[in-house]
Design a protein around this ligand. Structure first.
Ligand code: GLT
Ligand code: MN
Ligand code: MN
Length: 412
């Protein structure tokens, strides 16, 4: 093949993307509670070892492109859109006004707002730092974010306490730091109760997000389970308002089975919000788009969520790879991520209604006949043959993933 001229490359990418087929229309995509973060689309490819590979884009462009793709909801950190120095100033109101106009123009809604408490120098010792000034500023920041959320019609507020931890041991008191962190969440909830009353709206759902490593060396709330313990610790004044925003990869990173983490959150009625992406165990936060690494596991995750009627947002919290261009972010990355999610969601429906899986599961629950309760050997024998169904169910789920249940096969 000859080298591809620069001005023909976008057309080539478009043609091959279309050749992939099986994409959904924007109308179909809008039926799902899929949310698109400002920061994901605006990510320029930078990291500790990486210079940016993409150029900056405006919030208007992100919202417009999400609208065209059919991503129905948008979410943001306060400082993704309002520079830190402009917070609490008339500039903030002006930007919030621009967001409202842009959302209305493109038919999107704001689902969630979150406070950036990890990037700016003020958070060097975390938002729950020893300094009362820092903590008071943090309380004002979360209250301000809640106010912006109500202004934009959001239902959720997310907190990722990534800077809540340390590099060197013994310098901070973990117990006290967690109490101070609880004060911050309490401030957000109290502000919410007041602001919601004024706006005549329900309060927001406040969702904590864990990540086991990064950016601190040791993290005080590294997992969703740690956060459940924190929510039920007695430190929160409104524990009913606070739940979880697990991220698929953040659970996988520490070695968890994400589906089991989600099951624990569901049992506690705390699965409020869900960040969807993909990646690898025991690696850094690579934030690959949903389904590109672990499609089988993802299918199983969605079976669980469909079975237990999870109806919160699916937030596309991934990072388009550095090799994807500005154009590719909206022509390849987001539409294909959304379409993989929808396909996996619908396949999860196939798993749930599959007659083979259903009969196998029912048989396992019925158990074998004729066991003598007083004889352990007889209990083993009574169930022994049935248990091969575990492996058969796993095989059937694989078949559904590759479409073999609909007749796809290779004639070799
Ligand atoms: C940051 C983090 C994400 C969180 C965002 C919410 S911030 O990008 O890596 O996982 O969801 O604050
Ligand atoms: Mn996340
Ligand atoms: Mn992540």
């Amino acid at each position: 093949m000859n080298p591809i001229p620069q001005d023909k490359q976008q057309a080539l990418v478009d043609r091959l993307t279309q050749a992939c087929g099986a994409s959904y229309s924007p109308e179909v995509r809008r039926r799902y509670f899929i949310t698109g973060p400002q920061w994901a689309a605006a990510y320029e490819g930078h990291a500790l070892f990486h210079a940016p590979t993409r150029s900056p884009i405006t919030l208007e462009k992100v919202i417009e492109e999400y609208g065209k793709i059919g991503i129905p909801y948008w979410c943001t950190h306060d400082t993704d859109v309002i520079p830190t120095d402009d917070l609490f100033t008339p500039k903030q109101d002006e930007i919030v006004g621009r967001i409202k106009t842009s959302l209305a123009k493109n038919g999107l809604k704001c689902s969630m707002v979150t406070t950036e408490t990890f990037h700016h120098a003020v958070w060097a010792a975390s938002a729950a730092a020893e300094s009362q000034d820092v903590r008071e500023y943090a309380a004002r920041r979360v209250a301000n974010t809640v106010a912006i959320g109500h202004e934009l019609g959001a239902q959720y507020a997310v907190y990722w306490p990534g800077s809540l931890g340390y590099y060197v041991q013994g310098a901070i008191d973990e117990t006290q730091t967690l109490r101070w962190f609880a004060d911050g969440i309490n401030a957000a909830c109290e502000a919410d109760i007041e602001i919601a009353k004024k706006h005549n709206r329900p309060t927001l759902k406040h969702a904590l997000e864990a990540k086991p490593f990064e950016p601190q060396a040791e993290i005080l709330l590294p997992t969703s389970d740690a956060m459940l313990a924190f929510i039920f610790s007695g430190l929160l004044k409104h524990p009913d308002m606070v739940g979880l925003n697990p991220e698929y990869l953040h659970e996988l990173m520490w070695g968890a089975a994400p589906r089991a983490s989600l099951a624990r959150a569901l049992l506690c009625k705390k699965l409020f919000h869900f960040d969807i992406n993909d990646g690898y165990r025991l690696k850094h936060d690579v934030d690959i788009a949903v389904g590109l690494v672990n499609p089988l596991d993802w299918l199983n995750v969605l079976v669980l969520l469909r079975t237990y009627n999870y109806n919160g947002p699916f937030n596309l919290d991934y990072k388009p790879p550095r090799t994807t261009s500005n154009y590719g972010v909206f022509s390849v990355s987001f539409p294909t991520a959304v379409d993989r999610f929808i396909t996996l969601w619908e396949m999860a429906g196939d798993v749930i209604s599959d007659p083979i899986i259903k009969e196998a599961t029912d048989a396992l629950k019925s158990g074998g006949a004729g066991a003598d309760q007083k004889n352990v050997k007889s209990i083993v024998e009574a169930n022994k043959e049935l248990l091969s169904l575990h492996e058969l169910i796993a095989h059937r789920i694989f078949q559904i993933l590759i479409g073999a249940h609909r007749g796809r096969k290779y004639s070799v």
